[in-house]
Design a binder for this molecule. Structure first.
Ligand code: ADP
Ligand code: ASP
Ligand code: MG
Length: 446
């Protein structure tokens, strides 16, 4: 059972979570929690402030968040539990103060310090949730995910080492579960083999839950959030978006990859590996089933199931006469992206040019410099990828003309269809994306 940031944003939310866990007590749950809402952002801001040398401001900016945690403890737990959490909070403050000081003095590699700092969101929320669950009479026990999930040293986007992680999770958690205890872990955080704290990338608690669920061969992986399941599109754009009853792994993976924030893109894989159903449900409406993500898709009359989108996309166009009739060009091109560990989302080629999109532009400058050796490079920022998903797309003809006639007055820069038979992906200007989604939603889901 994974609970996201808004599901643990305040005392009321913690109380709801404890009640939901209580309801599952007979099913031997393991709980994974995110940091309280806004805490990860606050820790990252504190890191940036300390980096500018303003150590005291950095630490002070966290005070209101320490207070929020303390308030939950006071509202929902007894004196013994409060004392135990207060000790934890005291340690966290001291350690964070030390880490922020190190950032301002740059006495350790910054990426390493950043992960160490940001990990306190989940360290604190998991300790707090364990106390709140104990106050509810549950045999809860906080476990440090950094001793369970082993990763490489790619700080900020660490990759789990599966075999070691699986072994540790089984070894540490199974005996507790067998003894009727409920392990409570922080999501998102892990550690390298050397024991340094790492993180799995923003929104990574979903992934943590899937790793734990897969290692334990759980009957179900539940993602508890602030919407009732995976919807027909982002409800912030179309408030009437509807809950999908079921999705296949493939559909869910495409949606997550192309921006449906409700699931972290890596969440599905561990579930796929062991055919574990993933359920996305709402901590405000626990009685509703939400969306079941399953190995297969249920056939529905709807061809299109959902529309995802991702903004902040950069298009690169590489034009080179060398491409004409030659081989090895693509390989040279891909090697550049591989060297900078940068993923390409959508790609399209013609005789002498390649257009591709990037979400992660951290290494844009060196990438473009190297690409210039292959040909002329154009960069176009502020684009959005739109991804229309549905198993029905496999066997449906005429869908592409339908989609494009609805938005015929809007310029489309790249189209990809057929790479995965469950999706149709294209790129428009960011300023137009809300309009595109609204029109598609109106057509396919009214
Ligand atoms: P959590 O903190 O629980 O991990 P997130 O904010 O990461 O929650 O994800 C839930 C949010 O994802 C929703 O509030 C919604 O705004 C957004 N979202 C985007 N696309 C979709 C979609 N297709 N279905 C459901 N939610 C979506
Ligand atoms: N707390 C982390 C974040 O805000 C991870 C998560 O919530 O999934 O990105
Ligand atoms: Mg999330």
């Amino acid at each position: 059972m994974k609970f996201g940031g808004t599901s643990v944003q305040d005392a009321e939310a913690f109380a709801r979570v404890a009640a939901i866990v209580l309801g599952e007590r007979e099913n031997s749950p393991v709980v994974v929690t995110s940091a309280m809402a806004k805490v990860t952002d606050a820790l990252l801001t504190a890191f940036d402030t300390a980096k500018k040398g303003e150590f005291e401001n950095a630490f002070k900016s966290l005070e209101p968040h320490f207070e929020r945690h303390w308030q939950v403890s006071k509202d929902l737990t007894n004196k013994t539990q409060q004392k135990s959490f207060q000790t934890e909070l005291g340690f966290a403050k001291k350690e964070l103060s030390d880490l922020l000081m190190r950032v301002s003095r740059r006495s350790l590699p910054l990426q390493m310090l950043k992960d160490a700092i940001v990990s306190y969101g989940e360290q604190l929320s998991s300790h707090l949730l364990a106390e709140v669950c104990k106050a509810k009479g549950l045999k809860a026990r906080q476990m440090d995910s950094r001793r369970l999930i082993v990763t490489d040293e790619e700080y900020g986007a660490a990759v789990p080492i599966w075999d070691e992680t699986e072994n540790l999770i089984r070894l540490e958690l199974q005996p507790l579960i067998d003894a009727g205890e409920i392990p409570i872990l922080g999501g998102f955080i892990a550690a390298s083999r050397g024991g340094e704290t790492t993180t799995l990338g923003r929104g990574g608690s979903d992934y943590s839950a899937a790793l734990v669920g897969a290692a334990l061969r759980a009957r179900e992986i539940q993602i508890w959030t602030d919407v009732t399941g995976v919807l027909t599109c982002d409800p912030r754009i179309v408030p009437e978006a509807r809950t999908l009853n079921t999705l296949s792994y493939e559909e869910a993976a495409e949606l997550a990859y192309f921006g449906a924030k409700v699931l972290h893109p890596k969440t599905i894989q561990p579930a796929v590996d062991f055919s574990i159903p993933v359920r996305v449900c709402n901590s405000h409406e626990p009685e509703k089933i939400g969306t079941m993500i399953l190995p297969y898709s249920e056939t529905t009359p709807r061809k299109v199931k959902s529309i995802a989108h991702k903004t902040g996309i950069t298009i690169l166009r590489i034009t080179s006469a060398r491409m004409l009739g030659s081989y090895g060009f693509m390989s040279a091109l891909f090697q550049i992206f591989e060297r900078y560990r940068t993923a390409i989302d959508v790609i399209s080629t013609s005789e002498v040019s390649v257009s591709l999109t990037l979400d992660d532009t951290a290494s844009l400058e060196p990438i473009v410099n190297e690409l210039k050796r292959l040909g002329d490079v154009e960069i176009e920022t502020e684009n959005a990828v739109v991804c229309v998903v549905g198993e029905g797309l496999r066997a449906t003809s005429g869908l592409a003309p339908k989609i494009f006639s609805i938005i015929s007055d809007i310029n489309i820069s790249l189209i990809s269809h057929g790479a995965s038979s469950v999706n149709m992906t294209f790129v428009v200007k960011e300023a137009k994306v809300a309009e595109v989604i609204r029109r598609l939603h109106e057509t396919f889901f009214k």
